[in-house]
Write a protein that binds this ligand. Sequence first.
Ligand SMILES: Nc1ncnc2c1ncn2[C@@H]1O[C@H](COP(=O)(O)OP(=O)(O)OP(=O)(O)O)[C@@H](O)[C@H]1O
Ligand SMILES: [Mg+2]
Length: 288
Amino acid sequence: MASSLIISLVFLPHVFHRWGHIHLQTYDALFEIILYNIVAWVSGTLVQAERKRKEELKKAQQELIQANKYKVIGELAAGIAHEIRNPLGSIQGSLEILRKDYKAEDSKYEFLNILLKEVARLNKVITDFLNYARPALPNLIETDINQMISETVLILSPQASKKGVGLKTELDKSLPRIKADPSQLKQAFINLILNSLEAIEGNGQILISTLQDKNSVRVKFQDTGKGMSEETKGKIFTPFFSTKENGAGLGLGIVERIVQNHKGEIKIESYLGKGTTFTLFFPIKGDK
Ligand SMILES: Nc1ncnc2c1ncn2[C@@H]1O[C@H](COP(=O)(O)OP(=O)(O)OP(=O)(O)O)[C@@H](O)[C@H]1O
Ligand SMILES: [Mg+2]
């Protein structure tokens, strides 16, 4: 396009040199020059658009190849994790049988206890990983969130009181039922309460409250734990990120997946040394 303009400019004096001699030819020549420039401009634009399209296509293809690679790696890892879980079950069963041969005072009994604990930990990591890598689609039914909270609190109360942590609820009685998967919600609530329990050193409080917004149901988990730095806050949903010695770093990834599966949202507030609040929002109409 630029070259056609340059050529035209060079050619122009030649045209005007003839100005006044044969008018009609001069106009023709000028018209031709303009026409050539228009054609050059149109074809230049088309070539540029085509080049851009090709670049975009190449980029999209590369992204697809990369995404497929991650998918394949994820599937492979999930397959291996699944295979590890079966022998772990047999190891656990055998250890329990072996332990019966020893008295509680025996040092071997203690060793077997350690082995059983470690097997249970491996099992948890594998199960969490599988939950994360192969999330089941939610089976949505009319669900009473307050009831899910009460059931979860009942499960975790012994663990909380053993630690000296108060587990309190403030449930909005007029909360509407929502379309949700009760077992997935319970899993998310357990992960959040466990995190709060683990964040509290010494005595503390966990308050779980429910509230109805205009279009959503709000579930708030408030703890008086050690809180998080801004840096930690930015990484908590990254798989395998953990600040704990024995943490797999998958708990919140699973919570995020579950909330996304319910078209919900998560809000986090955390202050170092003061505590953390996770608020989950679930749309009242699940299909929104
Ligand atoms: N309530 C909380 N208070 C303070 N820090 C928290 C809280 N919840 C999460 N975190 C931080 O976020 C990190 C990631 O949490 P996540 O539940 O994903 O993994 P984890 O608890 O370390 O391991 P696990 O897989 O056993 O749950 C934690 O290691 C911790 O640093
Ligand atoms: Mg956790």
